[in-house]
Every structure is written in C-alpha cells, then in structure tokens.
Design a protein around this ligand. Structure first.
Ligand code: ADP
Length: 448
C-alpha cells in the first residue's frame, strides 16, 4: 500500500479520502487554496500545502503546483477525487512520469473515454448499445442535418468535452438546427476550450441509470449494480438512489453485462461509471463514461457494503478485485445539499454557516466538510453536504430521508434542504413515477 497520498481536491471528497487513508495507515497531504485555509481537510491531513489563490484555475487546476507539492512532501500517490483534474489525461500522465501513482485509470483510458464522441464510437464497436447519432465529431450543419434526418427529430447537440450538464442543445425541428449547431460550437469553444460537437437522438422522457464498474490491473472487471439519477435540474443530478426502481433483475443483468463488456474493450482499470438512458420500453443506451469516482458513489456503498474509495486504493496498489459476485441489498437514497436558494432559481448562497446540526441514527450518513462557523466560499461548486440514508425498502428509505431532512439544520445561508423535504413528500417521487424531466413540472413552495 502507499505510504503517503496527496489529495488533489477539496471539500467533502477530500475529507472522505483522508478518512480512508487513516484507516490504511497512509500519511496524507492536503493541498488548498487561500479560500480553504480553515477547511476540515486541511485540519485533518497530516500535512497541508497552499497551492495558490482562491480561483481554481490558479490553485486546484494548477498542475505544476500540485506536482511540486507532491514532490516536496514525498507523496507516492495522488487521489484526484471528482471534478478538477480527475478526468484530465495530461495530469494523469504527468503523475506517472513523475513517479507518482495516479489513483484512477491511465491517461490513455481517460483520453479515449473522456472524449464523448470517441467513447461512443469505442463502445459501439464493443457491442454496447449507444444513443443513435453521429459517429464522431460533426463538422458542418449539413452533416448534422443528414444524421438527424436519419435518426429523427428531436435531436441533441453535445460538446465532446462537455460536463456537468453543460454544453447541450436540444433541436426539435430542422429549422432550429443551424442556429443550434453554431451556438453549441461557440459555447463548447468558450466553455470547454474545444469547439467539437456531436449529435444524437434526443430520447424523450428517459430515466438516467448508471452502472458502477471497477477494473483491476490483471484485467478483471466487475460491476456493482446501478444508480438512478433521474432527479435532475438542468441536467444536474440532485437526488440519486440505488437500486433503480425501474431496473428489474433481467435489465440489471443486461446493463451490467454491457458495462463490463465496455470496460474490457478498453482494459479499464479502477473506478468508472457507465451512464445510460433508459426509455419507456426499457431499452437502454450508452451515453457516456465517467472515468473517476462520482459524487453519488455512497448509495452504491450502502447497498453493496463495499467502500469504493478503499477499493480504488487497493486496485491502484496492485491488489485484485474481489471474486465473489457483488449483490445489492436494501435501498439507499442520497440528497445533495447545496448552498443554493431553491426559492430563487437555485441561486448560489455562499457565506458563513452560523448553526449546523446533522441528523443521525441507524442507516443515516452525512458526508460533509461543513461545520458551524464554516464560511462557504463562492469560488467552487455549491455542494456542502451529502445526506445518504439506507433502509430495507424504498418506502423505508424515503421516510428515513424525510425524517433526517427534518432534523438537518443549517443556518446563515440558504440550502436545498427545504426543496428535498418537499420532494420526499411528492406523490410522483414516492411512486417512483418520474424521469429526467420530473423537476420541469415541480413547483417548489418555500415554507413560511
Ligand atoms: P454531462 O457530462 O454534462 O453530465 P451527459 O451526457 O451525462 O452530460 O448528460 C447529462 C444529462 O442530459 C442526462 O442525464 C440526461 O438527462 C440529458 N441527456 C443527455 N443526452 C441526452 C439524450 N440523447 N436524450 C435525452 N436526454 C439526454
């Protein structure tokens, strides 16, 4: 196992990784921007190195500073968490060439699967069902029109480098195509530094169901079941659960098998996620792969009993994956608690947390870096806590979540807690009768 690991991240995931290191007896190095000086990862790590001013471009995304921090502190591995440099092939490569183990897939795998168009092409070749659409990048409106005519409207234009629900345009009819195509290219160039786009069929009212996979260095690949992430706002996940209420044993078997086949095709190593769309007829289509640990990984941990971060360390250190078939038991739900005001279009609400009380009890888990007195910086994403519950049934989990949310007190800033409380009472949510458009027709009623 590694002796000293640098965590190239911040917030709850940095803390989560530090905790795992302590259990392994691995020394930890936190890196932090000036905005995170008083954060818990900095306090709980064995060593901490300031890597620059608050904007992430000048700190958490500054590769030379992070590598220098690892070299000064003599770290033998880096865990990138999620976001920031987690899916940056260049970073993975530099780690390797500096003699530091990148806890994740190789640069080559990130390159192939990180380009959404190339990933789809690769998966199609491997026999994984993909969303119908272009093969690779689309260069002209004419080319786009031809493909969309073949697959049928509506269509969606997506940035090959897109992420976080950004860089997508829906096209309902041919007349909208030209403007949408040009806008998408322009936005992709501005937002992701890469104007390349591709086009695919827009699946109406799908469920977002993703499969957690793992590969080790010996070519073994396993899957750990699925997560349903259909509760999204502007294509960003807000609530996740496992298992998915729409996936039966037969579909689980098929989706798991497809994901494992896809992994084998790229000889995938470490943690990854295959994101699929599932339509009303239970057809599933590969959308993209995430080559990192995901925010919503805890729901899988709760139902499988496996610590996925630990598994990442084990695989990276050269251990073999467990051979026993992994099964899902019970039901887990995660609510993302963001520093946002749901009464005002989910506007970010940074600032000082004046009071903070976490829920607890059997089957209640909170992954957070927040505390009373903590100042939520305005520079980063607004996730301040993840509330995860586990129960034997979906109904039991919903009731437990509702009760935990009632207890969860965060004062001083606005949060998404009141929004989640309302979703837990919602009839459609309780009946599992929803798709990715669920929140479009959901009206948040702020409590008095
Ligand atoms: P990102 O990497 O930004 O998360 P994804 O490709 O994972 O982008 O898509 C995010 C969300 O956008 C999906 O969960 C789904 O709700 C919606 N979406 C993406 N592609 C399609 C499609 N072809 N049809 C319908 N919805 C889609």
């Amino acid at each position: 196992m590694f002796k000293k690991v640098l965590i190239a991240n911040r917030g709850e995931i940095a803390l989560r990784i530090i905790r795992v290191c302590k259990q392994f007896g691995i020394k930890t190095v936190a890196v932090y921007s000036k905005a995170d000086r008083d954060s818990l990862p900095v306090r709980f790590a064995d060593e901490a190195v300031c890597i620059g001013p608050p904007p992430s471009r000048e700190s958490y995304l500054k590769i030379p500073r992070i590598i220098a921090a690892a070299e000064i502190t003599n770290a033998d591995a880096i865990h990138p968490g999620y976001g920031f440099l987690a899916e940056n092939a260049g970073f993975a490569e530099i780690c390797t060439s500096s003699g530091i183990k990148f806890i994740g897939p190789t640069a080559e795998m990130i390159k192939t699967m990180g380009d959404k168009a190339l990933a789809k092409e690769t998966m199609k070749k491997a026999g994984v069902p993909v969303v119908p659409g272009s093969e690779g990048v689309i260069r002209s409106v004419g080319e786009a029109a031809e493909i969309v005519r073949a697959v049928g409207y509506p269509a969606i234009i997506k940035a090959v480098a897109g992420g976080g629900g950004r860089g997508m345009r829906i096209v309902r009819e041919e007349g909208e195509l030209e403007v949408a195509f040009q806008t998408a290219q322009h936005e992709a160039g501005q937002g992701f530094n890469n104007p390349d786009v591709y086009v695919e069929k827009y699946i109406e009212n799908p469920r977002h169901v993703e499969v957690q996979v793992f590969g080790d260095q010996f070519g073994n690949v396993i899957h750990l079941g699925e997560r349903d992430c259909s509760v999204q706002r502007r294509h960003q996940k807000l609530i996740e659960e496992s298992p998915s209420p729409v996936v039966d044993d037969e579909l689980r078997e098929k989706m798991g098998e497809a994901a494992v086949r896809g992994c084998r095709a790229v000889q995938y190593e470490n943690a990854g996620t295959f994101e699929f769309l599932v339509d009303k007829n239970k057809n599933f289509y590969f959308m993209e792969m995430n080559t990192r640990i995901q925010v919503e990984h805890p729901v899988t941990e709760q139902v499988t009993g496996h610590d996925l971060i630990k598994l990442q360390f084990r695989v990276a250190a050269g251990e073999r994956l467990p051979r026993r078939k992994i099964v899902q038991r019970g039901h887990a739900i995660e609510c993302r608690i963001n520093a946002e005001d749901p009464a005002n279009g989910f506007r970010p609400s940074p600032g000082r947390i004046t009071d903070f009380h976490m829920p607890g009890g059997f089957g209640v888990r909170v992954d957070t870096h927040s505390y009373a007195g903590y100042v939520v910086p305005s520079f980063y994403d607004s996730l301040i806590a993840k509330l995860i519950v586990y129960a034997q049934t979906r109904d039991g989990a919903i009731n437990k979540m509702a009760s935990a949310l009632e207890e969860f007190t965060i004062e001083g800033i606005k949060t998404t807690i009141p929004f989640h409380r309302q979703v837990m009472r919602d009839e459609r949510f309780r009946a599992a009768n929803f798709d990715t458009s669920f929140l479009d027709s959901f009206e948040f009623n702020p409590p008095d």
